[in-house]
Design a protein around this ligand. Structure first.
Ligand SMILES: Cc1cc2nc3c(=O)[nH]c(=O)nc-3n(C[C@H](O)[C@H](O)[C@H](O)COP(=O)(O)OP(=O)(O)OC[C@H]3O[C@@H](n4cnc5c(N)ncnc54)[C@H](O)[C@@H]3O)c2cc1C
Length: 213
């Protein structure tokens, strides 16, 4: 949990603490009605006058915000590879999908417009995968990888959303129904651009790293 330990210092007045279920004043409210990711439980964490002892502090007083923002490991091991998986999913489901679908007497995979979409999806998927591998390689080598991780998270998340949208498009009307998995992927994948640092926050991190150089 991040708490404002010194409100006057804005983000430099944020400190991280470890809270445990069952602590007085700390409760969880399950959230229902999500757009996607419905098979994963999400709860709102409610804190009312929770007393936290100093031994529960993580890191320095006032260092919580910067530590959280600068620790690229958070999303690197979750949302970046997930986004690559999600980008791959509509591609696998859509290429050439639905295989027996014909329009104007031809398999839809023969239409150049759809082939271009598939080519774009495959190209972005390769790029996303390589960016994730680069960030992971830097991490394994013990090199700084804040920028690489943010670039990978941003690109893989946005590419996965584009791939999911194209997957729905390639399916036509079927894509709008629950009959094919692309409908679910389209809803689930949006979380990649929001969770563990939104796309806007990744851009802030990338720009900050660029301006440091
Ligand atoms: C299904 C689900 C599961 C989640 N699971 C977890 C979890 O396990 N643990 C956890 O800690 N959190 C979790 N979250 C919360 C998630 O990390 C936040 O929703 C996310 O980080 C965005 O924060 P916010 O909702 O407060 O948006 P806000 O900060 O209110 O942002 C709203 C909009 O403003 C933009 N914005 C905000 N600040 C800036 C800025 N400085 N510059 C430019 N644009 C900005 C954002 O990019 C966004 O577009 C979960 C959320 C969802 C939906």
């Amino acid at each position: 949990m991040l708490a404002l330990s010194d409100p006057g210092k804005r983000q430099k007045g944020v400190t991280a603490f470890l809270l445990e279920k069952g602590m007085k004043g700390f409760s969880q409210q399950p959230l229902h009605g999500k757009l996607g990711m419905r098979s994963s439980d999400t709860a709102e964490l409610v804190m009312e006058d929770v007393y936290v002892e100093d031994w529960r502090r993580i890191g320095e007083v006032g260092g919580g915000f910067v530590d959280t923002l600068e620790d690229p490991r958070q999303g690197a091991h979750h949302h970046r590879p997930s986004a690559v998986g999600w980008a791959a999913a509509p591609w696998r489901r859509a290429s050439p999908t639905p295989p027996d679908r014909k329009a104007f007497g031809k398999p839809i995979a023969d239409f150049q417009a759809l082939r271009w979409m598939m080519a774009d999806m495959a190209t972005e998927l390769d790029a996303a995968r390589l960016l994730v591998w680069r960030a992971a390689f830097f991490c394994d080598e013990g090199k700084p990888y804040t920028r690489e991780a943010a670039v990978a998270k941003l690109f893989a998340s946005e590419a996965a959303c584009r791939a999911a949208a194209q997957g729905v498009q390639i399916h036509g009307g079927y894509g709008f129904t629950k009959e094919f998995l692309v409908e679910r992927i389209y809803r689930d994948v949006k979380l990649c651009t929001i969770g563990e640092g939104t796309s806007e926050i990744q851009r802030l991190v990338i720009a900050r790293e660029l301006l440091k150089a």
